[in-house]
Ligand binder design. Structure first.
Ligand SMILES: [Zn+2]
Length: 452
C-alpha cells in the first residue's frame, strides 16, 4: 500500500483542487479523503509541499525505435518520460521500418510492455509514409494501434486523406496531421522572416501550415472523423481551429464568443470553450512548449538546437498560441519529443535534422510559461496534459478517482536548471534555463517509477 499525505490534488476531470490524502493498493486508488490513517506496512509519501495530478500523458513522442536507436529507443524514451512526470505516451510511427505493418507494430508494443509506464503507439496512415496507399487500419487497430498519423510528413493527396478519415470514423480512432505544404518552404525548420534572413536561407513560410489546415479542417468537418492538428505554429492556424470548433459546438446548441487571436486580447478575459465541451467534439489541436515559449530570437541564438518543423515563429504567433490554449482552441499540450544526436545537430543549419527533445522539460515549461505568468490556471494546463489527450485517444487514464488506476504525478513549484537528460539525446535549447516546476515522484500503476 502507498499513502500520499497532504498533497494538493488538482484533477481537471472532477475539478477537484484541494489538499487531501490518497491511498493506493494493488495499482488502484482505493480512497481519497482527509486524514487517512496509514495502514500497517504502508509506504507514506509526505506531499505537503507538492501538487498531485493525474499521471501526465503525451500523445506526440518520437522514440526512434526501430531504425534510429542511436538517437533514442523505447526504454530510454520511457525513462525520459517518467523523469518528466509522464505515465502514458503515444509514439509516432515514422520509424524504420515504419509502423505500417503488423510485425513492426508487434515489435514496438512488445518492447513497450517491458517498460514500467504506458507506452502506446500510432500506426502510419499511409504505407511507408509515402502518402499513396492506406495501411490496413482495421488490423493495426485490432492489434493495438491507438491512432494513425504520418507525422513528420504532410499528406498531400486529398483523396487519400478523405479515405483515411472515412475509415478512421468507422473505427472511431483519431488521426493526427503534420500540416506543412512543403511547396511553400525553401528550407524547413527555420521561419521565413527574421530567422531565415539571419541565416541567409529561404526558410519555412507560415502559408505551408495555414493552407494545409484550411484544406483539412474543411474535410474534417465534412467527414466527422476525430482529427488532431499537430504542433500549431502560426497565429492564423489558431483562428482557423477555433472557428471550426465554434461551428461544431453551435451544431450542438453551444455558443462561444468570437475571437481573433491575433488581436491583443487580455488573456485572463478570454472565455472560450470549456474542457467538457472541448472533449465532446471531433476537432483537436496541439501546442508544444517550444511553440509557446520560444520565438525567432531564440532560434537565432540557439541555431540548430531550436530548429523544428513547423518552425518557431514570431512573438505574435507565440501569444496567439497561448490565447488559443486559454480558449481551448488548442486543447492538447504535447512535447513532439524528437531526439537527434549531437553530431547531427552540429551540422550546418540547412542540413541538421529538425527536432527538440521535450519530455523532461515539458511540465516545467508549461508551469513557468503558462501558470506562473498567470495566463492559464494549473487546472487548465493539467487538463491539456491528462484528461484531454486521454479522451481523444480513448485511453482510460488522465483522472484521479477512487477505483481508477493509480497513475499520478507529484511535483513542486521549485526552480531547477535542466543539465542532464535520461534521454539518449540532449538536443534542446532549454539546457541551462531556469525553470519552475520540478517532478518529485512519478507513480504508474501504483508503483513509484521515478523519484527526483
Ligand atoms: Zn510533426
Amino acid at each position: 500500500m502507498l499513502l500520499i499525505k497532504n498533497g494538493r490534488l488538482v484533477d481537471p476531470k472532477s475539478h477537484f483542487n484541494d489538499v487531501t490524502d490518497i491511498l493506493i493498493d494493488n495499482g488502484k486508488i482505493i480512497k481519497i479523503a482527509n486524514d487517512i490513517e496509514a495502514p500497517d506496512g504502508a509506504e507514506v509519501i509526505d506531499a505537503s509541499r507538492y501538487y498531485v495530478t493525474p499521471g501526465l500523458i503525451d500523445v506526440h513522442v518520437h522514440f526512434r525505435d526501430p531504425g534510429f536507436t542511436y538517437k533514442e529507443d523505447i526504454y530510454t524514451g520511457a525513462n525520459a518520460a517518467k523523469k518528466g512526470g509522464f505515465t502514458t505516451v503515444v509514439m509516432m510511427a515514422n520509424t524504420n521500418p515504419a509502423i505500417d505493418n503488423l510485425d513492426t507494430l508487434k515489435y514496438v508494443l512488445d518492447k513497450a510492455a517491458e517498460t514500467d509506464i504506458n507506452v502506446l503507439t500510432c500506426g502510419d496512415i499511409t504505407k511507408g509514409l509515402k502518402g499513396k496507399e492506406l495501411v490496413d487500419m482495421p488490423s493495426l487497430k485490432e492489434q493495438g494501434a491507438v491512432g494513425f498519423t504520418d507525422d513528420g510528413i504532410p499528406i498531400m493527396d486529398a483523396e487519400i486523406l478523405r479515405e483515411a478519415m472515412r475509415v478512421a470514423k468507422e473505427l472511431n480512432v483519431p488521426l493526427s496531421f503534420h500540416e506543412e505544404d512543403l511547396k511553400y518552404n525553401d528550407n524547413n525548420g527555420i521561419n521565413k522572416g527574421r530567422a531565415s534572413t539571419h541565416f541567409n536561407i529561404g526558410g519555412a513560410d507560415r502559408m505551408a501550415e495555414i493552407s494545409m489546415i484550411k484544406r483539412d479542417i474543411k474535410m474534417a468537418l465534412e467527414e466527422g472523423a476525430i482529427c488532431d492538428f499537430q504542433h500549431i505554429s502560426a497565429k492564423e492556424s489558431v483562428n482557423l481551429i477555433y472557428e471550426a470548433k465554434k461551428k461544431l459546438l453551435s451544431e450542438k446548441g453551444i455558443d462561444i464568443p468570437d475571437y481573433n487571436f491575433t488581436d491583443d486580447i487580455n488573456i485572463s478575459d478570454i472565455k472560450g470553450i470549456t474542457t467538457e465541451d472541448a472533449l465532446g467534439i471531433t476537432i483537436h489541436a496541439e501546442a508544444t512548449p517550444n511553440h509557446f515559449t520560444l520565438t525567432e530570437d531564440d532560434v537565432i541564438k540557439h541555431g540548430t538546437l531550436a530548429k523544428i518543423n513547423p518552425p518557431i515563429r514570431e512573438e505574435a504567433d507565440r501569444m496567439a498560441i497561448i490565447r488559443g490554449l486559454k480558449a481551448n482552441a488548442i486543447d492538447l499540450i504535447v512535447t513532439d519529443h524528437a531526439p537527434h544526436s549531437a553530431e547531427e545537430k552540429d551540422r550546418p543549419i540547412t542540413e541538421a535534422p529538425s527536432g527538440i527533445i521535450g519530455l523532461e522539460t515539458s511540465l516545467a515549461l508549461a508551469f513557468t510559461e503558462l501558470v506562473k505568468t498567470g495566463y492559464l490556471t494549473l487546472e487548465e494546463v493539467i487538463a491539456k496534459m491528462t484528461i484531454n489527450p486521454a479522451k481523444m485517444y480513448n485511453i482510460d487514464a488522465g483522472y484521479v478517482s477512487e477505483g481508477a488506476n493509480a497513475d499520478l504525478t507529484i511535483f513542486s513549484e521549485d526552480e531547477w536548471v535542466p543539465k542532464e537528460y535520461a534521454s539518449k539525446s540532449s538536443n534542446t535549447p532549454f539546457t541551462g534555463r531556469i525553470l519552475s516546476g520540478k517532478v518529485k515522484y512519478t507513480i504508474c500503476g501504483g508503483k513509484v517509477v521515478y523519484e527526483g
